[in-house]
Write a protein that binds this ligand. Structure first.
Ligand SMILES: [Zn+2]
Length: 161
């Protein structure tokens, strides 16, 4: 939870091949995501692991266009991005009291290693691109509040229960 210092820390790359400790972190990420209905993404530092792993799942989300389903991305890297011109409301499990309007790229291509150890390349647009970018920011110690440009773009929210 914000303001825990681990949320402001740049995370270390995961050494390959994946070991049991890394797989355990990935499972914990998925379990944590599952325990918050409506949660579409989570990053390792949010559960206290300072390594470059995120989980995403925009399956069935009404704003999703591209939808790669439930994915664990290890050592994810954005290899291309579209124009930064879509502003949308974001929330974060680690910042339960606020949401904010953030401008992000309308599309991205992300490369990562999957839980099976195989390389993966995802072309994401719209909502899924935003989720990936939000989660990758966590790996660099950035929160959505760091991306908000005006105080009027921050809003109080009802806490996750
Ligand atoms: Zn977040």
């Amino acid at each position: 939870m914000y303001p825990d210092a681990r949320l402001k820390t740049e995370c270390d790359p995961v050494e390959l091949p994946l070991d049991d400790a890394t797989r355990a972190i990935a499972r914990d990420l998925l379990d944590t995501m599952d325990s918050f209905p409506g949660c579409v993404g989570i990053a390792a530092p949010q559960i206290g692991a300072l390594v470059r792993i995120v989980a995403i799942d925009v399956s069935g989300h009404k704003k999703a266009v591209s939808d790669h389903g439930r994915r664990v991305l290890v050592n994810p890297v954005i290899v291309s991005r579209g124009a930064e011109r879509v502003k949308m409301r974001e929330g974060c499990l680690s910042i339960p009291d606020f949401t904010g309007n953030v401008t992000r790229a309308e599309s991205i291509v992300v490369e990562a290693v999957g839980l099976d150890g195989a390389p993966q390349r995802l072309e994401c647009d719209a909502y899924e691109a935003r989720v990936v970018l939000h989660e990758l920011d966590h790996l660099d110690g950035l929160l959505f509040l760091d991306r908000v440009q005006h105080a009027r773009d921050v809003f109080p929210r009802k806490r996750y229960q």
